[in-house]
Design a protein around this ligand. Structure first.
Ligand code: ADP
Ligand code: 3PG
Ligand code: MG
Length: 393
């Protein structure tokens, strides 16, 4: 992909700079930031703006509050962590737009920061509503896109604002584009894609373009369920999302015609009501009250064998509900065995990055993207609206 005009090429001293970051971080049940990687990765851009004397207005979404103010998704815990990481207090405007935001931006001094409250408290964010985008754009004089994890969304803050303000890519976006482009332009074969996770409806449609691009696709996590069901397996009470049948059928057709090998789980670790521990069952005999939570030992072995001889591996999405120690072994074993194989290994995804860290395998990846869905779409060579809208260098 052609390089984008970057933050390093524009003067920012004394200017109001509106920065889209992706601080959609994993949270603990009490709201506290469970993993601050997305905050830390934005530091090159934030430190540059501070040192250069910009007046920085940060904006992000958190979770999916669906257009309503929902206290569970306030950015309060996020600004708390951000202030600690920056070593400087970052106040939070009570709303992304309106009088409070306007007054606080007007009062900003050189080198200071302000965070706007969760963009998704407004329906106009996801709808890319012109009025909402205009009100956001009004707050700044220059737009910096540093939310790589959200550039696959055509929202007000990712597309509407850059259409209305002079815009550049931040340092994180520049780095993500540079690193991930290596997977798009000529990845060394054999190229293995290992995918899992829970955002099934979002991610599944994008797997089709791995066919022909990767030699092998390994599918775990809840993402495997629609594929297994299409093959005729009844998965008991496992997570089910209807309406994916056509996409799954098209995926299998494309895989077959392009000669891409698809490896699905053959056994699953399940949870059953009233049973404390975990049980493993073959995919053909999942009890009706059981819900699958991890890939079983046979599947781990089959996945790991596909890494032998591979030169490039892309991983996104935990292979089970790895936050729970009973369902961690699948992801743990597969990633440890991946770490023992040489090659260009890239990981992507907010939850995936945290789990890689918890499992102590982060170091075995050449690059860990802050994007989940965004990285998944990028590595398939798709055009992402939040990047397409930025001017080239
Ligand atoms: P990422 O943020 O890395 O892109 P996702 O958000 O798609 O990944 O998925 C991460 C979540 O998927 C984790 O919270 C994990 O618990 C969940 N998950 C993985 N496998 C399963 C499963 N079989 N059942 C339920 N949840 C799962
Ligand atoms: C992510 O975590 O993948 C990004 O922040 C985008 O979030 P979304 O899938 O809710 O749009
Ligand atoms: Mg996630």
């Amino acid at each position: 992909m052609a390089a984008k005009k970057g933050l390093g090429s524009v003067p920012v001293h004394g200017r109001r700079v509106l920065v889209r970051v992706d601080f959609n971080v994993p949270q603990l049940p009490n709201g506290q930031v469970a993993d601050d990687r997305r905050i830390v990765e934005a530091l090159p851009t934030l430190n540059h703006l501070r040192a250069a004397g910009a007046r920085t207005i940060l904006m992000t979404h958190l979770g999916r509050p669906e257009g309503r103010r929902d206290p569970r998704f306030t950015l309060r815990p996020v600004v708390h962590r951000l202030s600690a990481v920056l070593g400087q207090p970052v106040p939070l405007a009570e709303d992304a737009v309106g009088v409070d935001a306007l007054q606080r931006t007007a009062r900003l001094e050189n080198g200071q920061f302000l965070m706007l409250e969760n963009l998704r408290f407004h329906p106009g964010e996801e709808a890319n509503d012109p009025g909402f985008a205009g009100a956001l754009a009004h707050l700044g004089e220059l737009f910096v896109e540093d939310a790589f994890g959200t550039v696959h969304r055509a929202h007000a803050s990712t597309v509407g604002v850059p259409k209305r303000l002079p815009s550049v890519a931040g340092f994180l976006v520049e780095r993500e584009v540079r690193e991930l482009s290596r997977l798009v332009e000529d990845p060394a074969p054999p190229y293995v894609a290992l995918v899992g996770g829970a955002k099934v409806v979002d991610k599944l449609p994008f797997l089709t373009s791995f066919c022909g691009r990767a030699q092998t696709i390994l599918i775990g996590g809840a993402l495997a369920f629609p594929f297994l069901r299409a093959r005729g397996y009844d998965l008991g009470s496992s997570l089910a999302e209807p309406g994916l049948e056509t996409t799954v059928a098209e995926f299998f057709r494309r895989a077959e015609s392009s000669g891409t090998e698809v490896v699905l789980p053959t056994d699953l670790v399940v949870e059953r009501p009233g049973v404390a521990g975990a049980e493993t069952h073959p995919v053909a005999s999942i009890p009706s009250d059981a819900s699958a939570q991890d890939i079983g030992p046979e599947t781990r072995d089959r996945f790991a064998q596909r890494f032998l001889g591979s030169k490039t591996v892309f991983w996104n999405g935990p292979l089970g509900r790895a936050e729970d120690s009973r369902f961690r072994a699948g992801t743990q074993e597969v990633l440890s065995r991946l770490g023992a194989v040489p090659g260009y290994h890239v990981a992507a995804g907010g939850d995936s990055a945290r789990i890689a860290q918890d499992l102590g395998v982060s170091g075995s990846f050449a690059f860990i993207s802050t994007g989940g869905g965004a990285a998944l779409e990028f590595v398939q060579g798709l055009s992402l609206p939040g990047l397409a809208v930025l001017p080239d260098a």
